[in-house]
Design a binder for this molecule. Sequence first.
Ligand SMILES: [Zn+2]
Length: 394
Amino acid sequence: MLSESRFDEVIKNCQALIREKSYSGQEGDVVKAIEKIMKSYQFDDIHVDKYGNIIGGIIGNKPGKTLVLDGHIDTVPVNEEKWSRNPYGGDIEGDKMYGRGTTDMKGAVAAMISAVGFYGQDHQRNFAGKIYVACIVHEECFEGIAARLVSERYKPDYVIIGEASELNLKIGQRGRAEIVVETYGKPAHSANPQAGINSVYKMAQLIEKIRTVTPPTHPVLGLGILELTDIKSSPYPGASVVPDYCRATYDRRLLVGETKESVLAPLEKALAEVAAQDPEFKGKVSYAFGQESCYTGSTIEGERFFPGWVLDESDEFVQAVLSGVRQAGIEPTITQYSFCTNGSHYAGEAGIQTVGFGPSRENLAHTIDEFIELKQLTGSASGYYGILQSIYGK
Ligand SMILES: [Zn+2]
């Protein structure tokens, strides 16, 4: 258990992060605040990479395993008129702290940095291995892409994701992909449509065919959903023009072991079947491509394909984390995240043993008057400290 004065430090550190607004791509100020806190705990090797992630930690005086505690420091925007509290105040009322990012997920980040700091104060550098806290930018729409730089540079053996789990353990999640379907036609005046090819009629055929595709299921993660989420034709508005281009987007939830190729294959087959029956048909399926600017001036980009993952309960890392959390007096249940996290990269892409453990409830994320219960915040710091003791020694 951590002392009351350490709990106060965790709360103060969290407030310092809440007070720096940090929408995705604008994390520069919160990074400065984090650097200050990391320095106050005498972290080794504080590093800001090209996307603007800040990573620091404590390095033991003997070789051993590398653990990364991962939390994102960007938040979704705030509609200030709708908030009844200051979203950047970190104000405490009763047993709650209010502010954008308290639950998602500056609370967890503050608890991670504090717990690693406390472990360093108590053990100096007298342990085997390396413990890092990775504070990641641009997670809200790019789960896992900025995190790729962390696994490249630090090559962690283990990762803990701090997304809200209400102090339970999460050992998997469905991933997600955004799939773009396009059809092409030929423009014409709509008074003379037979001179053109209407791309929307072609899309309608393809959509019907795609509805016959059944996505796979997984015994733990459930359904691999395939759902149409938007559709747009061009020109738009199409005043008296037969549209020559149509684009639809599908949301696909990814299960373990699915690849970029295996996910597209049934859609390509559907497209080929439509084309075989209609010589005029021209279309394409691909992954959506995202591109955003970082506060550092770099560009972050990638296909929207974020794999799923799941670990076995008997995995040695899961068991080590479980015993550490129990040492902190917490009795967690073991389930999966229902949303997508940076774990998509660490576990799904890089194959690193990854577990989720974080404060607060996921349904408080992105809400008006977002808050965190102080007990959850300080409980997660105790949990992280217990995990460090379990892996690196008391
Ligand atoms: Zn989050």
